[in-house]
Design a binder for this molecule. Structure first.
Ligand code: M6R
Length: 633
């Protein structure tokens, strides 16, 4: 990590995704302007809808609606709200489309408890069924609303803090919660589990928020909460409790709170990038969190079973996408062939129209798109639907055009990606699609259920392997970028390695403007090798399905190429004849589990592309000629 990044590494524990929350309470100050300013600084976390709840003389006043902050602010006259205590939310939809009803805050049946939430409640379906069966009237499709009703149910005759602890005991998943109770107008309750949450301390004012920039108007003294902690703030005080395993809770001692309290010196602008110089590098480092959220949000989702059964019974499965999403589709096709014994047709979306006559009503089209708005992908879906095929959509944006047009919908949970180059959304797509391939294997009978379950369980280690891969890769990628001195390079791989190579080469091209060509390594001697001369750079992605790629690396080195072989450290490669011009870069071991290898091998290519782009003086967040979402033909 660079010095500028190290200086703010304190913020990195809170790399969190999907929605921003804020709550402010003051002794004698209208807090609504502070909440609005905080929401402006949190909008990078989501911009599907906005809402504010103010507690005032025993009642709750809520204004909320779909759309970006400035639009909702004008439409609902948010600036007219006034109060000493308020919570606010900016949403990145996960459960339920982005509309007025699903906008936060959400309330209980009595309308006295209001909740804002960042995270994903994994046992949402069962909790919802139980609450409805017990007579709760749920208004939205969100997982968040359940929290308000769980607290309502637990609060009969009990102090609010106990009701909150009891509700937290029933929730599985991730959350940062801000809660107001009409009966306690100078208090904001909170809870944190694997979603970011901090407390800011000012003079006669306290606040909580998902990220530091939203707190910088309150003061520079910040309390860094840990997972499993909950409590409340008042304008001059706070109490923090820790949930105990098996139930119950204890209050943190003043010494423990003091140990968490730090003074931060960050400008709001630097802080909105988490202290990183660019969104792209921030998003690269957010990948473990994005992949974890995607795993948690999907592993028990019945939609995955429905999708798997559609794939298993389809006449043909056509996977369509553009750019990075296409590469995730390639990974899916390889894993599905192995685990489900299904040969799929991965197609670049803009090429579908030339073969669409061959699509029929018994086919399934799996469309993958981060934004859900890519013209080519939407057009391929339209053609497939016209021919009667069933469309399964995979997107990061709930309510996008792709989402609305899909017969069955699956969601990655990477949160908003601002850098034009897709990074965290790629590995989130890979995670979701690997889970889908495993379920499909059960449906086709290629895998038995325990086997599929054990691989899915092993995938839980992907986020920590990704963290280790980032740590191991960055210094190497930085050194390689510094030494790089060529106008072009090859990135070779076989099988899964080829899919990863294609994604790596795309990153290098689009942000470093260096011609990087990915090739199936076996095919390289059918033409491309002619380009190789002394010191021509060749990067090789070695994966456990294709250790024979070592032979191709040797062929390249023998012709004078400067070869860099990237591999999981435990992958044995026959590189005995390697020369001085071949370097082997050992990344964290995969234990031979192919599904883990994209998480181990992709970061070094992303980081190399990023470091090279910066060294060459480019802006990696906004590469020339490109847009984040391509909505034209
Ligand atoms: O939003 P989508 O996933 O449909 O976007 C597809 C491509 O435009 C996108 O992946 C593009 O290739 C990225 N800039 C790659 O980093």
């Amino acid at each position: 990590m660079r010095n500028a990044e190290k200086a703010v590494s304190v913020t990195q524990r809170w790399k969190g995704l999907l929605c921003g929350i804020i709550g402010v309470t003051a002794v004698d100050l209208n807090v609504v302007p502070l909440v609005i300013r905080g929401l402006q600084r949190l909008e990078y976390r989501g911009y599907d809808s906005v809402g504010i709840a103010v507690t005032s003389s025993g009642t709750l006043l809520i204004r909320k609606g779909a759309g970006e902050l400035e639009a909702v602010r004008r439409r609902l006259s948010l600036d007219e709200l006034q109060g000493l205590t308020a919570i606010g939310h900016t949403r990145w939809a996960t459960h339920g489309p982005p509309n007025d009803i699903n906008a936060h805050p959400h309330t209980d049946c009595s309308g006295t408890v209001a909740v804002v939430h960042n995270g994903v409640i994994r046992n949402y379906s069962s909790l919802r069924q139980e609450l409805v069966a017990r007579g709760h009237r749920l208004k939205s499709e969100t997982d968040t609303e359940l929290v308000a009703h769980l607290i309502e149910e637990a609060s009969a005759g009990k102090p609010f803090i106990e009701a909150l602890a009891s509700a937290l005991g029933k929730i599985e998943g991730t959350y940062a919660l801000g809660i107001v109770n009409a009966g306690e107008p100078d208090r904001i309750y909170f809870a944190k589990m694997r979603s970011p949450l901090l407390i800011g301390i000012g003079k006669g004012v306290r606040a909580l928020a998902s990220d530091i920039p939203a707190l910088l108007d309150i003061g520079k003294t910040i309390v860094f909460l840990d997972d499993g902690e909950f409590g409340y703030i008042t304008p001059n005080d706070m109490a923090i409790y820790r949930l105990l395993p098996g139930g119950g809770y204890v209050k943190l001692t003043p010494q423990e709170v003091a140990a968490r309290t730090k003074v931060v010196e960050l400008s709001p602008e630097a802080a909105s990038k988490g202290g990183y110089p660019h969104f792209m590098i921030k998003e690269i480092y957010e990948q473990p969190e994005a992949v974890r959220e995607t795993y948690d949000g999907n592993v028990e989702d019945p939609a995955l079973d429905r999708a798997a059964s559609l794939l298993a019974s389809a006449e043909k499965v056509i996977v369509v996408a553009a750019g990075t999403s296409y590469h995730a589709g390639l990974v899916f096709s390889l894993i599905a062939a192995r685990r489900a014994r299904l040969l799929l047709y991965p197609l670049i979306a803009s090429e579908v129209s030339y073969v669409s006559d061959a699509i029929g009503k018994d086919d399934v089209l799996l469309a993958v798109s981060q934004s859900g708005e890519t013209y080519d992908t939407l057009e391929a879906m339209r053609l497939a639907k016209e021919r009667g095929a069933t469309v399964i959509g995979v997107t990061n944006v709930v309510g996008s055009a792709l989402d609305r047009a899909s017969d069955l919908k699956l969601y990655t949970r990477a949160g908003p990606e601002i850098g034009v180059a897709a990074t965290k959304t790629f590995l989130s797509q890979v995670m979701l699609l690997e889970l889908l391939a495993l379920r499909t294997g059960v449906e086709t009978g290629a895998l038995d259920r325990p086997e599929a379950l054990s691989i899915a369980n092993a995938l839980k280690s992907a986020p920590s392997l990704l963290s280790a891969a980032l740590e191991a890769s960055d210094p190497v990628a930085t050194a390689m970028a510094r030494a790089f001195n060529s106008k072009s390079l090859y990135v070779l791989g076989r099988g899964l390695g080829h899919a990863i190579a294609k994604e790596g080469a795309l990153k290098i091209k689009e942000i470093a403007y260096v011609h990087a060509e990915a090739y199936p390594a076996g095919e390289s001697k059918h033409g491309p090798i002619a380009l190789v001369e002394r010191d021509f750079p060749v990067m090789v992605v070695a994966t456990s399905d294709s250790p024979e790629v070592a032979g191709n690396a040797i062929e390249m080195a023998a012709r004078g190429a400067k070869v860099f072989v990237t591999r999981p450290a435990d992958l044995r490669l026959e590189l005995s004849s390697q020369k001085g011009n071949m370097s082997v870069i050992d990344l964290p071991p995969s234990g031979g589990l192919l599904e883990l290898e994209p998480f181990i091998l992709s970061p070094i290519y992303q980081l190399f592309a990023y470091r090279l782009s910066v060294l060459l003086g480019h802006n990696p967040d906004k590469p020339r000629n490109l847009a984040k979402t391509v909505t034209v033909e």
